[in-house]
Ligand binder design. Structure first.
Ligand SMILES: Cc1cc2nc3c(=O)[nH]c(=O)nc-3n(C[C@H](O)[C@H](O)[C@H](O)COP(=O)(O)OP(=O)(O)OC[C@H]3O[C@@H](n4cnc5c(N)ncnc54)[C@H](O)[C@@H]3O)c2cc1C
Length: 427
């Protein structure tokens, strides 16, 4: 039976970051990925926040697997027939804002996994971990097909469903209330077309969040990110709403894509990839325990994701949690104690790196985003106000104040005030 100090399940951003940090420290680490190429099965919107990159991978900026730097943010309220876009442009003195960038997961995850490999981790791809290895009631490694591998610690970096956090008894299967379902298309367009159409210079990128019709007025929304010569277009919808309304995610995706405002952005493009995935929507209030004797959970497997309502942050937290878990393991290794007590530095390191603080800051966002009218009433309200403002048809133009008064009269002002206040306080 092979033996490693640490076995990591999953070479996504969380698993590869953990493997890289451990290998750099000279730890004998195994990184197992079920896909033939890391990232080839992984789905996400398209944007990564840069702040953890340089600290984790010192040579990241030398040859980064980046498509475009996001310099343009768009928030789009939409109904069936029209849309209102709020646009924010941010160009740094260097022409690009390096706060966030777009990537394609196959390139990005493969780059991370290669870094871990170059640092000394053993990366095995095309191999699915089937089970945990137990000895005397304790986790003692992993089982993949006929092979068992012993390790002092197992790191579950297997993503949102995390069979292994469940097998370890740290969490139950997520319910539809704690999950969203997403569909995404990668659409190929010439690089010049993307730059002309979105008003971008070379390497600049655009990010879009769509609210309202985008998710079929269910809780969720749409997204679009520009890559070098593709755009990533998709929808994310509450799993609970989909079940209640008996809607399929691909139907919503199709309707969204055919919306005139979306068609203008993607027309002439060729779909080169279609994928679907789930997203944890737990928030810190329902976060599972993140470690036990000989076992640590990182990234999506531990529910470490923040949905701000207008942007998702999963990859940055996956990278930070991966390196934090690695540091806790290094600490445990120095003491020769891989028990729960020995690994207990993990939450402290997460706290020090600000992850827990941010999760606490946004702890009420998931609850706030449960309010269905945010995705139905208000997008329609915004579009209707703009529609009337720009209508001049000879029937007597109204002042903006009267338009707003009449449109606002259609909704409960008390609820609106509560939602505005709730939004300010939780988002
Ligand atoms: C549609 C969508 C849009 C999103 N948009 C964004 C965004 O724009 N920005 C952002 O930061 N986050 C976004 N997220 C969230 C982000 O994708 C995740 O938070 C992030 O990928 C988590 O990284 P991870 O390493 O924890 O898990 P994953 O990326 O899911 O990686 C898990 C890995 O484990 C492997 N694996 C699973 N089971 C096994 C097994 N049994 N054996 C071996 N290997 C296994 C998988 O193949 C995979 O490579 C989005 C998510 C979705 C679904």
């Amino acid at each position: 039976m092979d033996e490693f100090e640490v076995a990591i399940i999953g070479a996504g951003p969380a698993g590869s970051s953990a493997a890289y940090r451990l290998a750099k420290e000279g730890v004998n680490v195994l990184l197992v990925e079920r896909a033939n190429k890391p990232g080839s099965k992984n789905v996400f919107g398209g944007r990564i926040y840069s702040y953890p990159m340089a600290g984790t991978f010192p040579d990241f900026w030398k040859d980064p697997p980046i498509e475009r730097y996001v310099t343009q943010e768009n928030l789009v309220f939409m109904t069936e027939s029209n849309s209102v876009t709020m646009k924010y442009d941010s160009s740094s003195p260097h022409g690009v804002a390096a706060q966030s960038f777009t990537v394609l997961r196959e390139k990005f995850d493969s780059w991370l996994a290669k870094k871990a490999e170059a640092a000394g981790a053993l990366l095995i791809t095309g191999t699915r971990v089937d089970d945990l290895l137990w000895e005397n009631g304790k986790i003692a490694g992993v089982v993949a097909g006929p092979d068992a591998v012993k390790s002092n610690v197992v790191v579950a970096a297997d993503g949102v469903v995390s069979t292994f956090a469940q097998k370890a008894g740290l969490r139950k299967e997520l319910t539809s209330k704690e999950l969203s379902v997403a569909a995404k298309e990668t659409i190929k367009l010439p690089q010049e077309t993307i730059e002309d159409r979105f008003g971008l210079s070379k390497k600049e990128g655009a990010a879009y969040s769509f609210v309202g019709y985008a998710s079929g007025y269910l809780r969720g929304g749409g997204f679009l990110y520009t890559n070098n010569d593709t755009v990533s277009l998709g929808v994310v919808v509450s799993a609970e709403d989909l079940a209640l309304k008996r809607k399929e995610i691909f139907e919503i995706m199709e309707e969204f894509k055919l919306h005139p405002s979306v068609q203008k952005l993607v027309r002439g493009g060729e779909m080169v990839e279609y994928s679907a995935h789930m997203i944890p929507e737990m928030g810190i209030n329902t976060l599972p325990a993140l470690f036990k004797d000989n076992f640590i959970v990182v990234g999506d497997a531990g529910g470490l994701l923040i949905n701000h309502g207008y942007t998702y942050r999963g990859v940055d937290l996956a990278i930070i949690s991966g390196t934090s878990a690695a540091e806790a393991i290094i600490h445990a290794r120095q003491k020769g104690d891989y028990s729960k007590m020995g690994l207990s530095a993990y939450p402290d390191i997460l706290r020090k790196k600000g992850v827990m603080k941010e999760m606490v800051t946004f702890q009420n966002t998931p609850q706030f985003l449960q309010r269905a009218r945010l995705f139905t009433t208000y997008p329609k309200l915004v579009c209707d106000i703009f529609d009337r403002m720009y209508t001049v048809d000879g029937t007597g133009k109204e002042k903006v104040f009267d338009i707003c008064r009449k449109e606002l009269g259609k909704v409960s002002i008390l609820k609106l005030l509560r939602d505005v206040l709730g939004g300010f306080k939780s988002m």
